[in-house]
Design a binder for this molecule. Structure first.
Ligand code: CA
Length: 229
């Protein structure tokens, strides 16, 4: 099962460490970034499932980053929890005029933070937490590790399963080979982008067997997407 990805942008190192520890214990994939400008660059490469964003950050403030993210189509609906210290223009945060979905005032308790993360994911990205994904006539059961097309079970290798799971979590969205590598294989693994083509080819063969319509779209020069209908 591909764990939901959470980016934490926090310049107070101990807090970043604490949040990472707690989120990882719950099974999330976590990336901690300490600067606003660095976070902006990372978010142009890879969009997580949820962003925890501190209000006051070096180089680029959380509020300005939030405003910019809301202007880009890839991140306009990215779930964002804003962190703020008491007294830091919290009225504006409270009004959520920043475009954040939720906010927490420091110091907050860890259980409170974890509950807010889960609640926001459940509200904004239920597909990230649900164990069964459905796109068109394909059903993927993440817990049982099974895939069905029109009720016929499809046997997939572990990489093809993760590839399908990732694409089904974002139906219709086009992913480049390097984005698929980062999200399905992991960012620390260096393999050739052509490997993605090999596995997409295998996945396609398996899910389309029996002359079924092709569920995977190849976008020349861009990458791959799963058909929404
Ligand atoms: Ca700060």
């Amino acid at each position: 099962m591909i764990a939901p990805k959470i980016m934490v942008v926090e310049d107070e190192e101990p807090l970043g460490v604490l949040l990472r520890y707690n989120l990882e214990s719950e099974g999330y994939q976590v990336e901690v970034v300490m600067r606003g400008d660095e976070a902006e660059l990372r978010l142009q490469e890879n969009v997580p499932d949820l962003l925890v964003l501190d209000w006051m950050l070096p180089a680029l403030s959380g509020i300005e980053l939030c405003r910019r993210l809301r202007m880009r189509p890839e991140t306009e609906r990215l779930p964002i929890i804003m962190l703020t210290a008491r007294g830091e223009e919290s009225d504006r945060v409270r009004g959520l005029s920043t475009g954040a979905d939720d906010y927490l005032v420091k110091p907050f308790s860890t259980p409170e933070f974890m509950a807010r993360v889960k609640a926001l994911l459940r509200r904004a990205k239920p597909e990230v937490l649900s164990s069964v994904l459905k796109v068109g006539d394909i059903v993927l059961d993440r817990e049982a590790h099974r895939v069905y097309r029109k009720k016929n079970e499809i046997k997939l290798g572990p990489t093809e399963f993760r590839l399908l799971e990732f694409m089904m979590r974002h139906p219709g969205r086009v992913f480049s080979r390097s984005q698929l590598l980062d999200n399905v294989w992991g960012e620390t693994i260096y393999i050739d982008e052509r490997t993605v083509d090999v596995h997409v080819g295998r996945l396609r063969k398996a899910v389309n067997s029996g002359r079924m319509p092709d569920v995977i779209r190849t976008i020349r020069g861009s990458g791959y997407a799963i058909r929404e209908d």
